[in-house]
Ligand binder design. Structure first.
Ligand code: CP
Ligand code: NVA
Length: 308
């Protein structure tokens, strides 16, 4: 059987992603109120080890994968890429072949998306994309779980992304076709989503609409989504902050969306920059449920990867 990597949402059948979300909902409900360190019934990943490699900083991804594998009955090893021989020039392929002899699954957060693909090509165990410059699929699985929990039916819903057409935006584009929602994206032209992702959306018949103003994108939306204006690895912070300022999510902007529209942000957030405090800390913000749901979504992803 082919190795079950989780690298990008567009590579998966819609039904497969649906099953992962269903399992995540079920696993979350089954352990409601339990201490966070208690192992799930049946310990589905008993005896399995996850290695995590980080080339960039992380709070949520690192902690939620670590707690997640423990709740599934497994264990983890966290590796900082700079402390590995990888940081001194050992090849990605050799690193993948070696780690595959020690662990059952690898989660990697990398600067370059191609490095994660190369790692997966050489690995003989499942590899999970924990964020690259191009995408962040685990985040979007958690976001969709959160929206469903809030009572939103994804099929037919209207989601608005405003700000930078970045890695998180790309994974939302990939998800639009798979889950049947409309994604309205408002960005300055310079920070529009990657052409490859837009072409992919067209090929997949996704309902993705591009706007050059935040107001046009948010009009009538059920959900408004923001992310940092300066992502890890971006080197043009001053220009970005200036050009993206009109795309900040304010209370006035939220008024253009549906009454009671939800707000999402993958975090870390910069209050007063891409989002006003009143919005992110307001009653329609789901950001901390969203952060929690990284845990539940990723447990389902890990179980899918190991077919357990
Ligand atoms: N949202 C997210 O991936 O957070 P971290 O960078 O803290 O992992
Ligand atoms: N777009 C952000 C997401 C962080 C979780 C970044 O890549 O830095």
């Amino acid at each position: 059987m082919a190795i079950r990597h989780f690298l990008d949402l567009w590579q998966h059948e819609a039904g497969e992603l649906r099953e992962m979300l269903d399992e995540a909902h079920a696993m979350k409900q089954a352990r409601a109120g339990w201490p966070k360190g208690k192992v799930d019934a049946g310990a589905p990943l008993d005896g399995h080890i996850l290695a995590m490699i980080f080339e960039k900083s992380s709070t949520r991804t690192r902690t939620s994968f670590d707690v997640g594998i423990r709740q599934l009955g497994g264990t983890s090893i966290v590796l900082n890429a700079n402390d590995m021989q990888l940081g001194r020039g050992e090849s990605i392929g050799d690193t993948a072949r070696v780690l595959s002899r020690y662990v059952d699954m690898v989660m990697i957060r990398a600067n370059n998306h191609g490095d994660v693909e190369d790692f997966a090509d050489s690995a003989s165990v499942p590899v999970i994309n924990g964020l690259t410059d191009r995408s962040h699929p685990c985040q979007i699985m958690a976001d969709l779980l959160t929206l469903e929990e809030s009572g939103l039916q994804l099929r037919g819903a209207r989601l608005a992304w405003v700000g930078d057409g970045n890695n998180v935006c790309s994974s939302f584009i990939h998800a639009a076709a798979k889950f049947g929602f409309t994604l309205a994206i408002g960005t300055p032209d310079r920070y529009a989503p990657d052409d490859d992702d837009v072409e992919l959306a067209q090929e997949m018949q996704a309902r993705v609409e591009l706007y050059s103003s935040a107001e046009d994108a948010v009009e009538g939306a059920d959900v408004v989504i923001a992310d940092t204006f300066v992502s890890m690895g971006d080197t043009d912070a001053d220009e970005r902050l200036e050009e993206l300022e009109p795309f900040a999510v304010t209370e006035e902007l939220m008024e253009l969306a549906q009454p009671g529209a939800k707000f999402l942000h993958c975090l870390p957030a910069h209050r007063g920059e891409e989002v006003d405090t009143e919005v992110i800390d307001g009653p329609n913000s789901l950001v901390f449920d969203e952060a929690e749901n990284r845990l539940h979504a990723q447990k389902a992803i890990m179980r899918w990867c190991l077919n357990k």
